[in-house]
Design a protein around this ligand. Structure first.
Ligand code: FAD
Length: 294
């Protein structure tokens, strides 16, 4: 199914669920990939509309990403959405990749610039995701998604300017926007309002991360602009080494976050699964319960 149809108000019954996974690192014998397929099989019962598969900076995980995309489609029978970054890739390579994805029956793609390489070894065919989106629309029949940043992208001079460029991505053909993770729903609601005022009228799907450990949270927040609500911080900061406790706080926090998002009629929720089913499963079960009761 194509993104436009997945998020079409007439087709969907409530919020559309989707999952993001990544190709496991150091997986020479394929054991971790098998584990990932088991986790996804467990999550399949909640009827995800799609599974997105990340793409390593500069194409470092390309083979593995493609393998997982094909397995999601052919073995799990779930619509896959490969991510693709253009920052270090030439026009010709991208063309070949698009042909391969279409030949494999892929219908959707998340088009990204990617983080700039620290050594400056950029290929200058595509400077921004908007250039990539324009190219994909010209060269393929893929439905395209783009990334959005409720608190602004790290490099953006302001949120307003970032939204201006987001509008460009939509004008070039993005059908849906998936947001970077956030913990403060008000940041998301304000962002959606600002996007709407800027003329962006495609679904903006919130990205939710169930926190699994303190170190993972610190790493994430060092990589992107994201506010951690003080009440959550107060709960976890004296239990930094207790992963079980942090994980249960993360689940509880995400349940409340999702509940409020659903009450506000979001078109979907995109889970950053970190390749693990259990937290997402708890959130889905409890969110469904809360929804059924209301
Ligand atoms: P862009 O939209 O190009 O924006 C990058 C910066 O340039 C922003 O500051 C923007 O304001 C500015 N800008 C945009 N257009 C213009 C313009 N025309 N002129 C001047 N300035 C402009 N990274 C990976 O490596 N692999 C992944 O699989 C991956 N998946 C992701 C999934 C999601 C949902 C999100 C939110 C991010 C993901 N990322 C991934 C991270 C992403 O690659 C980085 O955040 C990257 O730095 C920016 O990518 P972008 O597509 O948002 O870039």
């Amino acid at each position: 199914m194509r993104l436009k149809d997945i998020y079409n108000n007439n087709n969907r019954n409530g919020a559309v669920i989707s999952y993001e996974v990544f190709p496991p690192k150091d997986d020479t014998d394929g054991h971790k990939q098998e584990k990932l397929m088991c986790e996804l099989t467990q999550l399949k019962q909640y009827n995800p509309a799609l599974v997105s598969v990340t793409y390593g900076a500069g194409g470092s995980t390309r083979g593995k990403s493609e393998e997982i995309v094909c397995r999601v489609k052919n073995e799990l029978k779930i619509t896959p959405m490969p991510h693709f970054t253009c920052v270090s890739t030439s026009r010709e390579v991208i063309k070949t990749y698009l042909r391969a994805m279409e030949a494999a029956g892929v219908k959707n793609i998340l088009a990204l610039r990617g983080d700039l390489p620290q050594d400056g070894s950029c290929c200058h065919d595509f400077l921004h995701a908007s250039d990539l989106i324009e190219f994909i629309k010209r060269e393929s029949r893929l439905s395209v998604a783009a990334a959005g940043y409720p608190e602004g992208h790290m490099e953006a001079e302001s949120l307003e300017k970032d939204i201006e460029y987001l509008k460009l991505k939509v004008d070039k053909g993005a059908d849906v926007i998936y947001t970077q993770l956030f913990f403060d729903n008000n940041k998301y609601f304000n962002f959606v309002e600002q996007c709407s005022a800027a003329g962006i009228n495609v679904p903006i799907i919130p990205g939710i991360l169930p926190v699994l450990s303190y170190s993972q949270l610190s790493k994430m927040t060092s990589l992107c602009k994201v506010t951690i609500p003080q009440n959550f911080m107060n709960k976890i900061e004296h239990h930094k080494d207790d992963n079980n406790y942090i994980k249960s706080c993360g689940i509880e926090f995400a349940i409340n976050q999702c509940r409020e998002l659903i009450e506000n009629d979001v078109a979907g929720i995109h889970f950053y699964t970190l390749n693990k089913a259990s937290s997402v499963e708890q959130i889905l079960k409890n969110t469904k319960l809360l929804k059924a009761k209301s």
